[in-house]
Design a protein around this ligand. Structure first.
Ligand code: FPP
Length: 258
């Protein structure tokens, strides 16, 4: 069975519907969502998680109404201004991944400052994905690899080389990805990094996803058997791991389709 994950990633969906159900503007839902980020960091810390990565704004979210995008940017700025001192004191290291060049200069400088202020912390590694897309991340990594190795051919690029240039290069891959809000898709989040991640979907809207809900997700994760391509029997007894040599292909006579 899987143990407690070190790294959880969360797609915080359902703020808009949370507000709509209460006949409130969507921006109120986002504000409640931001407050829940604070609670979730505390809960993650208390539960002993080491890495928490939150999808706050996707590269596709620019398509939303201007007022909503402005409200989200404003919340992000406010969040940095009000929380960084506490993060610093609590040993939380903050990183922001995504293309930050599209943000207002003030927001960019607050992000840079927050990262610098918390750079030596090691209790909980909080990563906020903002103007982030998994496809962008992979493409940027390929380009960065090529720039770092100008004399080498792309044929020499392997998975390890690519991963070393992803925006998450310093982080382990998440063992558990949670999506709130009732949808069952990844929406261009951590595409490469979640190749073997367990996916947990809950109908709860993000502002309602509390510590009890997080514990429930962790209990679900604890029941998963992580096979990484092997059989259940091999997972139980790792010494039986096989290395099938391609040139030895002999089709057994008793095997027939159907
Ligand atoms: C998805 O809900 C949520 C977002 C696009 C934004 C998430 C932002 C926050 C939680 C607050 C700001 C974050 C930080 C780190 C301060 P939705 O709007 O798509 O909800 P819906 O599917 O119900 O419409």
């Amino acid at each position: 069975m899987a143990t407690q994950p070190k790294h959880i990633a969360i797609i915080m969906d359902g703020n808009g519907r949370w507000a709509k159900q209460r006949l409130m503007p969507r921006t109120v839902g986002h504000a409640r969502g931001a407050a829940n980020v604070r609670q979730t960091i505390k809960a993650a810390h208390a539960l002993g998680l080491r890495y928490l990565t939150l999808f706050a704004f996707s590269s596709e979210n620019w398509r939303r109404p201007v007022e909503e995008v402005s409200a989200l940017m404003g919340l992000f700025l406010q969040y940095l201004e009000s929380e960084v001192a506490e993060m610093k004191a609590a040993g939380v290291r903050l990183r922001v991944i995504g293309d930050r060049s599209a943000f207002a200069p003030l927001l960019q400088s607050r992000i840079d400052q927050a990262e610098q202020d918390t750079a030596h912390n090691d209790n909980l590694h909080l990563t906020i994905a903002a103007n982030y897309g998994g496809q962008w991340d992979v493409l940027s990594a390929v380009r960065a690899w090529q720039a770092a190795h100008p004399t080498r051919s792309l044929q020499e690029l392997d998975a390890q080389g690519l991963a070393a240039h992803l925006s998450t290069a310093d982080l382990p891959d998440p063992e558990l990805l949670i999506r709130t809000g009732g949808e069952s898709r990844i929406s261009n989040f951590l595409l490469w990094q979640s190749a073997y991640t367990e996916l947990y979907f809950t109908d709860l809207h993000w502002p309602d996803f509390d510590e009890t809900a997080l514990k429930k997700a962790l209990s679900w994760y604890a029941q998963r058997v992580r096979r990484f391509g092997r059989t259940d029997e091999q997972v139980l007894s790792p010494s039986t791991a096989g290395h099938f040599p391609a040139q030895d292909l002999v089709i057994p006579k008793d095997i027939k389709i159907g």
